[in-house]
Design a protein around this ligand. Structure first.
Ligand SMILES: Cc1cc2nc3c(=O)[nH]c(=O)nc-3n(C[C@H](O)[C@H](O)[C@H](O)COP(=O)(O)OP(=O)(O)OC[C@H]3O[C@@H](n4cnc5c(N)ncnc54)[C@H](O)[C@@H]3O)c2cc1C
Length: 412
């Protein structure tokens, strides 16, 4: 949520810049108040935290502020902030200790000018020239945020495309749109040297996809290269809970670990590391403890990237459909042909739909558009309920809306 608040501020600034560019506002000289943007994000988070505290109290959930460490399969030791300790026993327990940003071996995060996705949120100085390492959802969020504020942004991605997991059409389109906004992108980049002089000037050397060596200088670096699970210091060695080689907790489809009364959910069990997946897994674990049947269909999870423009997807990419040897078809619809997108000056982007050529059931959908993440839910519902393209076109979509583009892509 903190980054979403930052992106909201960035979107306000972009709106102002566009209005000036289009001549709707006579050029005004404005200055970005970076610390206000950061503070405004903190204020939003504080409101959300208060709301959650209220819900905990209302639902009679006791929250203990302490660090937990397993003593065995039935007991947890708590350490409070004043170092006092306590032990609690439990019948069933759900581990939800989350994850920590992964660090690259030669790139030391110092929280000053070299950041992880977490430390950057505490940074109060606006960079001038920022390097973002990694073009996954989080790296792209930071890159879009800083670019909107007028910071020079360069993205280095080790793999051969931005958003490496995305459908290639989406990845290529997004790369072009980010470059149009002034973001420099190097894919297939391999870092050979990283120097941080006096925690102030970062010199980086890397080879690009042509094998050419490049050296660039930045004032700030944000490394966004995945996460490691928070399983190291929680006493798992005192329990029967097993972890994978990379430290993620092994669970079954009811989120039960290898200890019969201990469950685990969220980032600590591995990809996809998303908040809505964590909360669904929490529901499944709670249901399992209460002997209520429920399941998670990992094939129908929506993914959202809050870049400018946003990217959202669900189901198979075209590459995956091809790899599986499916008899599929793919169709695309540009937002330039959607009235609402045109009048709101957000016509960049497209919807790509992949469907079964025989049954016309939807296999996957990928959207690039300013509000893509809001739009994908209709397709998530459709795939979850085995709906066909025709079920969607039979449904009346309000006019003018961006969602008409979904109906239109199903009509092609
Ligand atoms: C910059 C950024 C942007 C993101 N954007 C999105 C997004 O747009 N959409 C989305 O779905 N996901 C997003 N995510 C991912 C999302 O935040 C995580 O998937 C989600 O928070 C995981 O929930 P969790 O409960 O597993 O862990 P967390 O939310 O990390 O919670 C773990 C909690 O456990 C506590 N803890 C750890 N160890 C102990 C211990 N020993 N004792 C007691 N407490 C402990 C931690 O202090 C923490 O409060 C984003 C992540 C980042 C970093």
């Amino acid at each position: 949520m903190p980054t979403k608040a930052l992106l909201h501020s960035a979107k306000e600034i972009l709106g102002l810049k566009n209005a000036i560019k289009n001549g709707k506002i006579d050029a005004i000289d404005f200055k970005i108040n970076y610390s206000k943007i950061i503070n405004s994000s903190r204020e939003s988070i504080s409101k959300i935290r208060d709301g959650l505290s209220f819900l905990m109290t209302k639902n009679k959930i006791e929250v203990i502020n302490a660090t937990a460490c397993f003593k065995n399969d039935k007991e947890v030791e708590l350490t409070y902030s004043d170092n006092s300790k306590d032990t609690i026993t439990f019948n069933d327990l759900i581990i939800a200790t989350g994850s920590t940003p992964r660090e690259l071996p030669n790139i030391k995060v110092n929280g000053k000018n070299v950041h992880s996705s977490k430390t950057f949120l505490t940074n109060e100085t606006m960079p001038k020239n920022a390097l973002v390492i990694g073009s996954g959802a989080i790296g792209l969020e930071f890159a879009s945020f800083l670019n909107a504020l007028g910071v020079n942004v360069t993205i280095l991605e080790a793999l051969d495309k931005v958003m490496p997991q995305a459908d290639s059409t989406i990845s290529n389109t997004l790369k072009r749109l980010l470059q149009d906004r002034g973001i420099t992108i190097f894919t297939s980049a391999s870092i050979t040297k990283f120097e941080n002089i006096n925690d102030d000037i970062i010199n980086i050397t890397f080879t690009d996809k042509k094998g050419v060596e490049n050296s660039l200088t930045f004032d700030t670096c944000i490394a966004s290269v995945g996460v490691i699970p928070n399983t190291k210091n929680i006493g798992l060695e005192n329990t029967s809970v097993n972890v994978t080689e990379r430290g993620f907790i092994i669970v079954d489809n009811k989120m039960k670990t290898t200890a019969s009364n201990i469950y685990a959910i969220g980032d600590v069990v591995g990809a996809p590391t998303l908040a809505h997946v964590a909360s669904r897994e929490a529901l499944i674990a709670s249901h399992a403890i209460c002997n209520i049947e429920s399941n998670l269909n990992k094939d129908v999870i929506p993914y959202g990237t809050y870049s400018f423009p946003q990217v959202a997807s669900v189901g198979l990419t075209e590459e995956q459909a091809k790899e599986k040897g499916l008899n599929y078809k793919s169709v695309r619809f540009p937002f330039a042909a959607n009235g609402k997108a045109v009048v709101s000056e957000s016509e960049e982007g497209l919807i790509k739909l992949i469907f079964d050529a025989d049954t016309r059931k939807i296999l996957g959908c990928h959207i690039i558009q300013e509000d893509a993440v809001e739009l994908i839910t209709e397709i998530v519902l459709a795939i979850n309920n085995n709906l066909t393209l025709d079920d969607i076109t039979k449904t009346i979509h309000s006019h003018p809306t961006l969602s008409e583009a979904i109906s239109d892509v199903c009509n092609l």
